[in-house]
Design a protein around this ligand. Structure first.
Ligand SMILES: [Zn+2]
Length: 277
């Protein structure tokens, strides 16, 4: 009786997985997305609120205006088809020395003050924000979580299959295995494929906003050079092998015309004048 109930649970979960199914990423990669955008947005917003409780926000007005100026210029260039209007994005500058930044579904952007020392001009900061926003647009958080949910579904099925008789303990184990995905998704490292996709989209966004795409190469070079005992925290969730830097460098040719068009059209961000000294 119990066993039948769990089999049914696994079947229903399996069917809902198939129903949600496959999607195509912005660069044309097939990807499995098991969670609705509404679910992801709710999770992103919730995680952001938790971070705001844990980490103090930077209070210096000039620093906040500087980072906001760069973020505004980037989100203005997000194509409307992604469902994010420029005013829907929320930015918080966290007062923390870690070289870190992130963006979450639901339009949340976090930049640590430690990052401002590494990305030390508006173009480099734009490359970081553009990259993070691109992970959100390409739904990489959803893709990472979906992979994990599949693994857990497999684990739940294995738990049931291996049990001689399904008692309440087995049932609990199976339910746990099925339901635990949510809390891990946001902190997992991105895959190489996700990194290169975010690099591509991010460098395009920054160029369209009028930031120099060559500075993305400089920034990631600096980031990977500062390894040693205290590598930038950003690298723990965004692996940056030299292949990525080569790719960014190769894409400069492609995005320079976009940058020049943006400048000619009057998109010339001047956030540096707000930079704290
Ligand atoms: Zn990344």
């Amino acid at each position: 009786m119990l066993k039948a109930g769990i089999k049914r649970l696994a079947l229903i979960t399996g069917l809902s997985i198939l129903a949600t199914g496959c999607a195509v990423s912005p660069t044309g990669e097939k990807t499995l997305l098991l969670n609705s955008p509404a679910q992801m947005n709710a999770m992103g917003s919730q995680s952001f609120e938790q971070m705001k409780e844990k980490i103090p926000a930077e209070e210096d007005a000039r620093t906040n205006r500087y980072v906001q100026c760069v973020a505004d210029a980037i989100v203005m260039q997000v194509p409307r088809e992604y469902g994010y209007a420029p005013q829907n994005w929320e930015l918080v500058v966290f007062k923390d020395d870690a070289v870190n930044a992130f963006a979450l579904p639901g339009g949340k952007i976090g930049v640590y003050t430690g990052m401002l020392k590494m990305a030390n001009n508006q173009h480099q900061l734009a490359s970081v924000i553009g990259h993070e926003v691109s992970h959100v647009l390409a739904q990489h958080g959803n893709a990472r979580m979906s992979q994990q949910q599949l693994t857990q579904l497999g684990m739940a099925a294995a738990t049931i299959a291996m049990a001689d008789r399904v008692d309440s303990k087995t049932q609990q184990a199976a339910i746990l295995a099925l339901g635990l995905g949510a809390q891990y998704g946001i902190l997992l490292p991105y895959s190489r494929k996700h990194e290169s996709e975010a690099d591509m989209l991010g460098q395009e966004l920054m160029a369209q906003a009028g930031f120099d795409p060559r500075e993305a190469v400089t920034l990631w070079q600096k980031m990977s050079q500062k390894g040693g005992a205290t590598p930038p925290e950003l690298l723990s969730t965004h692996p940056a092998p030299s292949t990525r830097i080569h790719q960014l460098d190769a894409q400069v040719q492609q995005y320079m015309p976009l940058y020049q068009q943006a400048r000619a059209a009057g998109r010339r961000p001047d956030c540096d004048r707000l930079k704290p000294r």
